[in-house]
Design a protein around this ligand. Sequence first.
Ligand code: R5P
Length: 325
Amino acid sequence: MSGITADNKKQLVLVSGRAHPELAEAIAAELDSELLPTDARTFANGEIYARYDESIRGTDVFVIQSHTAPINEWLMEQLIMVDAAKRASAKRITVVAPFYPYARQDKKGRGREPISARLVADLFKAAGADRIMSVDLHAAQIQGFFDGPVDHLFAMPVLLEHFRAKLDASTLTVVSPDMGRVRVADIWSDKLGAPLAIIHKRRDPLVPNQVSVHEIVGQVEGRVCLLVDDLIDTGRTIVKAAEALKNAGAIGVVVAATHAVFSDPAVELLQSDAIDSVVVTDTLPVDEAKRFDKLTVLSIAPLIARAIHEVFDDGSVTSMFDGAA
Ligand code: R5P
């Protein structure tokens, strides 16, 4: 069997869905381990099947899946893999979802809306998950949607390490592209010793993915602006923000985001002259077709691997971020 053995009784098993096997393989390599061979298929009518090729009875299983498009298919595959692990008598099952699916639907903005992020947590629980591990949840309160431990990891140390060497704090302003990211941007501003600015963004509740910038609060004229966001989907939020910053006199705009969702037309929009560089992690696959000159993709595998090791070893995930970066 693949996996690493801490003692004679406990065994760690890593399994991966089909959405982003490269990330799962990189995580396994960091742990000096291998992915357990799994037979996963999609039948002609769209139904998914998964079976582990070796026994996982009594093991500590981590089911890794990246929720990229088609997101519903990959979510279903992960649920089926958790169910298979439960029925194969795994001792403990951890869902590793670096990008939590449906995270943006975390509350009722208007009457008669779903809270889909909660539904996803319920689905994981019903399938048999004992715990969840994710990176940069869209809203921290999603942790409370799951009735069990949630390891909420932060990509900030990975991203900060990249920027520290490249940006001069004396000319830098950290910018939150909307009200939702102010708290996280504030931590970035503390870590980098740079002031904070906030963009007041508006969305049309009747038109998906459309945004407009109303106002910028804070000093951006003559500054290099570091826009930090949890995710880039269509790219409209970031590009509108970058254009507004440039119009307000910013001398440069660099972007840091954890999750590169990159739905159309993100790749085209992000090559705007208003943006100097974009840095993301590989919580989601970034295919060659989505890569462009200004883009840097950092590996999230070492962070997730260390968290898996801490969970398996009954160590501390929190300690990973004590004084981090
Ligand atoms: C919003 O609350 C999020 O943090 C992102 O800013 C947003 O979802 C990105 O979407 P898009 O790239 O489509 O504007």
